[in-house]
Design a protein around this ligand. Structure first.
Ligand SMILES: C[S@@+](CC[C@H](N)C(=O)[O-])C[C@H]1O[C@@H](n2cnc3c(N)ncnc32)[C@H](O)[C@@H]1O
Ligand code: SF4
Length: 269
């Protein structure tokens, strides 16, 4: 029998709608027109399919767009919790512009205590993140596990943002591409798989560059969660992806490298 398929990190995009319009958004939210907003029904099918393929993931992130815009966020969390024995932690990433509604508050209070299975990352983009202090007070009061990441000022989290919006060809030979791939932070953590619109890509850049048809769709570099493959075939495909030496997208990417140029986060369009 095959070994269990374990991942460190995957991120589920539940909506591309957002309350902000960040020029360098790594989720590409402002660049969708219209902005996809996925139904609870579709997301439930995606979650079922994901957890039939992936036996265990350490961190399962709920992201967007701005996830707190989604009217069914509490129910999406409940759906993921059906697979409680297949993940260590759910993480919600928010931009600090929206205060949790009553339904979400109940869910956070149920699962988000320090010994619980849920944590909220609040990205603080300075004056754009208008609800951060209210959210912080509420989380402290209810002892909800959270982290406020400072993305403004002189010393932003991770030194600032990377430019994943430049799709020009940057590496012209295989040797350079492999070098960049080895320097990139994502392969080092076995990737943060981007689950978007029923597909699962090793990173959001790979998803986007194929979506824009800048490179040809290469079925050996992503999983279509709803194609005709059996679960065992999907698992094998995913194992193969984890062993690739680089992806088609890498030639076009700036890489998530320690020395990749950093930019001021959340500059608005
Ligand atoms: C696409 S955002 C979606 C969640 C939420 N709207 C937010 O901004 O926090 C997910 C994460 O990606 C980060 N991010 C967005 N664009 C980035 C970039 N160009 N470089 C590095 N991180 C980026 C954000 O700071 C956030 O932590
Ligand atoms: S807040 Fe900015 S980074 Fe986050 S999804 Fe919206 S546009 Fe993208």
């Amino acid at each position: 029998m095959n070994e269990k398929l374990k991942l460190l990190h995957s991120g589920l995009t539940i909506t591309q709608r957002c309350s902000l319009k960040c020029k360098l958004c790594a989720g590409y939210s402002p660049y969708y027109n219209p902005q996809p907003h996925y139904s609870l029904e579709l997301l439930s099918d995606i979650i079922d399919r994901y957890f039939s393929i992936v036996d265990h993931v350490e961190k399962f992130t709920v992201t967007g767009g701005e996830p707190l815009i989604h009217e069914d966020l509490a129910r999406i969390i409940e759906k993921i919790i059906e697979y409680r024995n297949q993940f260590d932690k759910i993480e919600i990433i928010t931009n600090g512009t929206i205060f949790p509604n009553n339904e979400l508050q109940s869910t956070l209070e149920k699962y988000g205590k320090k010994d619980g299975c849920l944590i909220v990352m609040v990205d603080h983009y300075g004056e754009l993140s208008t609800e951060v202090s209210r959210i912080k007070n509420y989380f402290e009061d209810k002892k909800i596990d959270h982290r406020i990441r400072i993305y403004h000022g002189d010393n932003p989290h991770c030194g600032g943002w990377v430019n994943f919006n430049d799709f020009s060809l940057k590496s012209h030979n295989e040797k350079d591409i492999i070098k960049k791939f080895r320097k990139c932070g994502l392969p080092k953590i076995n990737f943060c798989f981007a689950i978007k619109n029923g597909e699962m890509h090793p990173c959001t850049f790979s998803h986007r560059i194929m979506e824009l048809n800048i490179i040809t769709r290469n079925k050996s570099e992503y999983i279509d969660l709803f194609d005709d493959n059996t679960v065992e075939q999907q698992k094998n495909k995913l194992r193969n992806i984890l062993n690739l030496k680089y992806f088609g997208a890498c030639a076009y990417c700036n890489g998530m490298c320690e020395d990749s140029q950093r930019y001021k986060p959340a500059e608005q369009l």
